[in-house]
Design a protein around this ligand. Sequence first.
Ligand code: ATP
Length: 274
Amino acid sequence: SNGKSRNEVKASAFSFDQIGGQERAKEELVEALDFLVKRDKIEKLGIRPLKGILLAGPPGTGKTLLAKAAAHYTDSIYLAASGSEFVEMYVGVGAGRIRDLFKEARTKAKKAGKSSAVIFIDEIEVIGGKRDGGQHREYDQTLNQLLTEMDGIHSGESPRILIIAATNRKEMLDSALLRPGRFDRHIGVDLPDKKGRLHILNIHAANKPIDESVSMERLAEQTYSFSGAQLESVMNEAAIYAMREDRDTVGERHLNMAIDKVMLGEKTDKETSK
Ligand code: ATP
């Protein structure tokens, strides 16, 4: 029932090596996070503090995992929210929730004795989408509140807050969000290539008895254009097929059926949403 505290527990144990592929994204993220880790030096050099990182890419590619690993890497408290949580019928409610989120991050970080907090906001385009004309923006209190909170972050303060936002519609974002001092670090999180798929498949096969005859290489080839989330599903569905057949190991057949199922599932999802 309490999703937030569950997320915090997970984040504390989650590291970059549990994320398959995404080597470039991981590298760029770590480089950005070092601004937080080495902040004494950053301050001495008079460099503007890093406040916001934007992760952009298709669904299920590991953006949430990257945010959790970022919290772990920087020894921060982790709080997660989704843009859609702030959409409310009544004016001001969304803005109030943004304020509460930042307050909660500061309180929890202090309580846990941490000097920083990572706030992850998924689906940022829901609150930070382009406004037509631009002059309506001042009435959008939720977005304004987020910008106000970000503008209020100072390099010297403790706990320091870092906002990581995710979107799969980067082109839809309002330019106010992307200005220097706001979400000015952009990291692309794309679908995995074959090597990345192999890595992800191996991560999700680690807790499963896979038949010796199975070629993970071939599996990685067969799953072209699959996301990390889909690859996780393939491994899980295959184990379910093995269980149904009362087998002790997951075989090639189960994996092939699982690939078909995940592909078909995607198709029906798209068709029904049309
Ligand atoms: P969305 O845009 O839909 O929120 P996302 O990019 O945040 O998606 P995650 O929530 O991080 O995706 O991934 C969903 C699940 O898919 C993860 O919990 C994990 O099981 C699996 N997964 C996705 N990407 C990877 C990856 N690179 N390595 C290992 N597992 C992955």
